[in-house]
Ligand binder design. Structure first.
Ligand SMILES: NC(=O)c1ccc[n+]([C@@H]2O[C@H](COP(=O)([O-])OP(=O)(O)OC[C@H]3O[C@@H](n4cnc5c(N)ncnc54)[C@H](OP(=O)(O)O)[C@@H]3O)[C@@H](O)[C@H]2O)c1
Length: 270
């Protein structure tokens, strides 16, 4: 784990300016959340694991807009398996700006685990990012969130509830656990800290270079199955995250952002 400061100018910002940490936010939806929060005046902590260069670029871009407003923390979330390492991560998070107002659980692993091929490593990895790390990080950061009457927002999935994604059993199970975490913690953390979730449908396709890439025909099939007739956009997820952050009387809520996709879905491939 490694904490870095990407400050282009050396001004102090007021401790009244809220601070948001988004896990896995170097790229894609996480980066969209960071940018949207920053544009609304938040100071942001960009967490990443492998995408360090993307994180640095994003932080530098945001610090150019407003000095000392973005920092980067590099950590494999397997860190939550080690209490001392987790304590050290929490220390780094809090020392970034001296406070934490919003914790967004965005980091995730996503790949198929067809029955017959499921192994323990897949279980550990998919549950770590999609359920265990969010819970243990929430617990460890609770005292700081309480001090700020802060909140947590979790990135879930329309497949986390009732409509499993075929061949993704372990992912579905992990996100379902995460969904229940949102509801359970909303009860336990109230009234000081609110806990909500956003359930995307298809809001950004897998990277074309990744092993999850899909071809044009598959893309068209997805679009045909979405009532809004298009793939969603990361900004549309960011918008709903910021709504939940600002919705002072909303807790335990999960907002679906899927262009109506859940209405047509009964468990399927894309
Ligand atoms: N994309 C969609 O349309 C869609 C649909 C439904 C739900 N969601 C949910 O929305 C969220 C964002 O989606 P996305 O597609 O933008 O996510 P993503 O690109 O698949 O993953 C986000 C980040 O998670 C980080 N990560 C993975 N394993 C990690 C580990 N062991 N330790 C630390 N970080 C780790 C990676 O960081 P590094 O790159 O730094 O390694 C990665 O960039 C996810 O929770 C996802 O499940 C997305």
């Amino acid at each position: 784990m490694n904490q870095k400061t990407n400050v282009c100018h050396a001004e102090n910002t007021s401790n009244q300016t809220p601070v948001m940490l988004v896990t896995g936010s170097a790229r894609r939806i996480g980066a969209a959340i960071v940018k949207a929060a920053h544009s609304q005046g938040y100071r942001v902590i960009i967490h990443c694991h492998r995408s360090e260069q993307d994180s640095d670029n994003l932080a530098n871009q945001l610090n150019d807009i407003r000095a000392n407003s973005a920092k980067v923390i590099v950590a494999d979330l397997t860190i939550v398996n080690d209490e001392t390492a987790l304590d050290s991560l929490v220390k780094n998070i809090i020392e970034s700006f001296g406070q934490l107002d919003v914790l967004v659980h965005n980091a995730s692993r996503f790949y198929p685990s067809p029955l017959g091929s499921i192994d323990r490593a897949q279980w550990d990895e998919l549950f770590l990012t999609n359920a265990k790390a969010p819970l243990l990080l929430s617990q460890a950061l609770l005292p700081y969130l309480k001090q700020r009457q802060g909140c947590i927002v979790s990135l879930l999935d329309i497949h986390a509830h009732d409509r499993p994604f075929s061949n993704y059993t372990v992912y579905n199970m992990a996100k379902a656990a995460h969904r229940m975490m949102v509801q359970s913690l909303a009860l336990e953390m109230a009234p000081e800290v609110r806990v909500n979730g956003v359930a995307p449908g298809v809001n950004i396709l897998p990277d074309p270079t990744s092993d999850q890439a899909i071809d044009n025909e598959q893309q068209q099939n997805i679009i045909d199955a979405i009532p809004m007739r298009r793939i969603g956009q990361p900004d549309e997820i960011a918008h709903s995250v910021l709504y939940l952050v600002q919705a002072n009387y909303v807790t335990g809520e999960i907002i679906t952002i899927d262009g109506g996709r859940s209405l047509t879905l009964a468990g399927s491939q894309f």
